[in-house]
Design a protein. Structure first.
Lengths: 94, 94
DNA sequence: ATAATATTTAGACATTTGTCTAATTATACA
DNA sequence: TGTATAATTAGACAAATGTCTAAATATTAT
């Protein structure tokens, strides 16, 4: 959970996720979408991978990155749990 | 959005949110739940307030903090938008 | 083999972050 | 009015973070 929030706490990394929403991309393609250096992007991708937000597959001399949407379920669960509960007096309790 | 993810990227702050899920609390009550100093907690509360995750109301010499659940809608929207889209070949497109 | 391309690793550096203690502000009470 | 209590602000400091360049690794093509 810690790694997840950490990974999301950066505009570049969130932009990478949005890029990958459209389609899978190689590390180089991703880097081309930004002005920062390739090693920096590589580092961001590493953090995203640690958080399980992306999956990387080596294909020849390229590495293809893709979104791993399963983690979002966990995140949504966490948020929902927090946004619920508070109003214990609500009418539609079930 | 930046402030939101930044606020969530800290275990103490997330714990504060979970505390407030149960019920509103004063700054002092919140601080008592942790081993770190009051000024540090005050700083965390400030970041949570900046992110609109909590609301603070001064009541006499106390300050009462409460969850602001409206922000979670935005967060869930962001996550959902990201977790959708990717599988453009899905059957239930509507 | 050698060179070119794709990506990551290593190491340095400035900025940001979380924490602390001391001081300040604001309210309540005697 | 003075003192106790609640909370924040100020300022310092170590640790974490994002970025860079240079070097290393891996694959492809000549």
């Amino acid at each position: 959970m810690n790694a997840l929030f950490k990974a999301l706490d950066d505009p570049t990394r969130r932009q990478i996720l949005e890029l990958l929403r459209e389609k899978d991309r190689t590390a180089g393609d991703i880097a081309d979408a930004f002005t920062i250096s390739k090693p920096s992007i590589s580092h961001h991708l590493d953090l995203l991978r640690q958080a399980n937000l992306v999956i990387s597959i080596k294909e020849g001399q390229f590495v293809r990155y893709s979104l791993n949407t399963t983690v979002f379920d966990e995140l949504i669960g966490w948020v929902m749990n927090l946004s619920d509960k508070k109003n214990t007096k609500r009418k539609n309790k079930k």
